[in-house]
Design a protein around this ligand. Structure first.
Ligand SMILES: NC(=O)CC[C@H](N)C(=O)O
Length: 188
């Protein structure tokens, strides 16, 4: 088994380090030819979702990834990754930026503010208990479609969801010591 980590921009190295600690082999996706590698799961890291979306479209990776996810490829998406997966964005956001758009949620980018929107807290994740959560200019989920389960909220806002094998978080488990969320992803 191997996990592909989208490595065009953002905090991908931290995910790779965490997965390696759990004994998982990672391959990096930097260009379309990397999609020929064998992988069974996908990580979409945090970073800048507009940059990531544009790069994925330019590199010809958006459609192949969308198809694999629609075919059931397990995905762990964090922060910008959640935005890339979202079917719909808030009216204030640039909705024309290319996205994978396989997760039936409405997301607002930079929902906690652009400058002061970074903080560390802990929250209750369904079926897991208390987990640390680092938010960095994070989005949150404003609406969930049918088939989308809310796994965690923070101050009443939805910050973790699951739809089938798509696990999407507004925060950054790769930046905390707790390995349980990555383990949950490997167990999907
Ligand atoms: N930590 C992050 O991934 C931030 C996401 C970023 N604010 C965006 O909108 O793309």
């Amino acid at each position: 088994m191997a996990t592909a980590v989208l490595a065009v921009q953002g905090a991908f190295a931290e995910h790779e380090a965490r997965l390696a600690e759990l004994g998982e082999t990672c391959v990096e996706l930097r260009q379309a030819s990397d999609l020929r590698q064998r992988f069974d799961r996908l990580v979409l890291p945090g970073g800048e979702s507009t940059t990531q979306g544009k790069l994925l479209a330019e590199l010809g990776m958006l459609e192949p990834l969308r198809e694999r996810i629609e075919d059931g490829l397990p995905v762990l998406a964090t922060c910008a990754g959640l935005i890339l997966l979202a079917r719909r964005l808030d009216a204030h956001d640039d909705r024309d930026t290319p996205r994978i758009a396989t997760l039936d949620v409405l997301v607002r980018r930079n929902a906690y503010g652009r400058q002061l929107g970074s903080f560390r807290t802990s929250l209750e994740l369904a079926g897991m208990g208390t987990v640390p959560a680092t938010f960095i200019r994070a989005p949150f989920v404003m609406e969930t479609g049918r088939g989308v389960e809310t796994l965690a909220t923070c101050d009443g806002n939805v910050v973790a969801v699951q739809q089938g094998k798509q696990l999407a978080l507004a925060f950054h488990p790769e930046l905390d010591e707790d390995p349980r969320i990555h383990q949950l992803f490997l167990d999907l």
